[in-house]
Design a protein around this ligand. Sequence first.
Ligand code: FAD
Length: 484
Amino acid sequence: MASLDDSPALDVLIIGAGFGGCYLLHLLRKNGFKTQIIEAAGAIGGVWAWNRYPGARVDVELPYYGFSDPAIWNFFHWTERYSSDKELRAYFQHVATVWDLHKDIKLNTKVVCATYIEDSATWEVKTENDEIFGCRWLIAATGTSYKQYIPEWKGLSSFEGTICHPAHWPEEPFPLEGKRVAVIGSGSTGLQVLQATSKVCSHATHFVRSPNIAIPMRQRAISEDEWLAALHETFLVDPEINREAYDFWCQKTRQRIHNPVKRDILVPLDQPYYIQAKRPGIEQDYYESCDRENVTVTNSPIKEFTKTGLLTEDGIHHEFDIVIACTGYDAITGGLRTMNIQGRNGISLDEKWKDGVITHLGIFAHDFPNFCMVYGPQAPTSLTNGPVFLEIQCEFISKVLTRQRDQNIKTIEPKVEAEQAWRDRVLGLADQTLFPKGSSWYNGGNIPGKRKEFLLYVGGIPLYSEESEKALQDWSSFEIHHGR
Ligand SMILES: Cc1cc2nc3c(=O)[nH]c(=O)nc-3n(C[C@H](O)[C@H](O)[C@H](O)COP(=O)(O)OP(=O)(O)OC[C@H]3O[C@@H](n4cnc5c(N)ncnc54)[C@H](O)[C@@H]3O)c2cc1C
């Protein structure tokens, strides 16, 4: 076990090797910081190291889902407009080679605790294997989707078939051919899984609690869809325009489903929630897949699992070999709250946020000196194209650390009033839109017992960047302590 003295071996320890962690490592090393990443997965890539399920794919057109460094994009040949998980893993290997990342990344290592040591103004980070790392700055680049969620269905443990969350799809995938498969959930992942499995399994049953207002991947080529895009700004704030957009989508999409029962479940005439109040999926042939003869679609809630399948509230028993629980994540805050990050006086992030999430700029937290979060709550995060936003946020963090070092500042942490002002700002902005009106992972509505509040900054990247830069001008929203 390594020990820690007043001069930690590392300047910066980053938890997580997704887009955020990898870019930070590259940037901070270039700026002279001794930096290391600790990553729980067996490969870099973040969510793309974990998500190997059939049909996994980005919903952002390339080349925008990637790093902007010409040394990376000039020498990687994407083969599809919307890249698959497999290609993204190959991309990350290319990134690792070009930026020489692997020498400073420890894979297969989960952080279980991080504690701020007041006397030395350092962080002590503990892993599952009882290793301890010391660092001056701690950065959680742990993403929004580390803590998977499967509901505690009655009887689940009695089910004798295979049950799998898409983020834990085995590297050696189990065959779906000839199998009876349940696809529970119709979020972005459920939609992709249904599209892929329905073509190979003997029968799929799709359990839909809330239909996905999914948009075709080809949308840029179709003039009607351009119309939808033009309405984008206003339909986020005006319920009538939102309804108009829904009616248009509804009319177009219902034509694609011949089975009237499936049509009413998947594309109801009554708008189920405001467009964008849940993250819309991007689909290829989702509606045609659901319409297939070998696919059943039901919105009857799951009552309980049995040895051979599951029973729904309408009294129907469904039998399965494989259940794919596309039931999402305790998103945005779940991973951060369970990692046991302890700031001053042993207060954990989980305790700090028990009456509501509170941060400064979605990056800093009072009582957590020299600690930053990347792609975290109260920042634009999931409302953006991830890699693009992450580059901007990582560059901001690198600037903070560099300025701190240049000005001989030992620690920074936000003032209590700055945090409160940021929380009010984030919630106030969201309240001007229709975003918080639904129940989704954007506001914790998908997790029983989770406090329901909107978790993202809706002002967009340019305004967010402006506000972040302003906060950095004179450190007035921070408590700072000089020294080495
Ligand atoms: C299936 C799926 C599809 C997506 N598609 C899109 C898309 O099309 N467009 C888009 O913009 N965004 C998409 N996203 C969001 C995606 O999270 C971001 O695009 C981006 O990957 C975020 O990168 P990140 O580095 O912040 O976090 P992540 O990619 O989530 O990486 C975080 C890393 O931290 C590690 N970690 C977490 N906790 C610990 C711990 N305690 N110890 C050690 N390591 C830890 C995790 O293992 C993970 O590798 C998708 C997400 C998922 C799950």
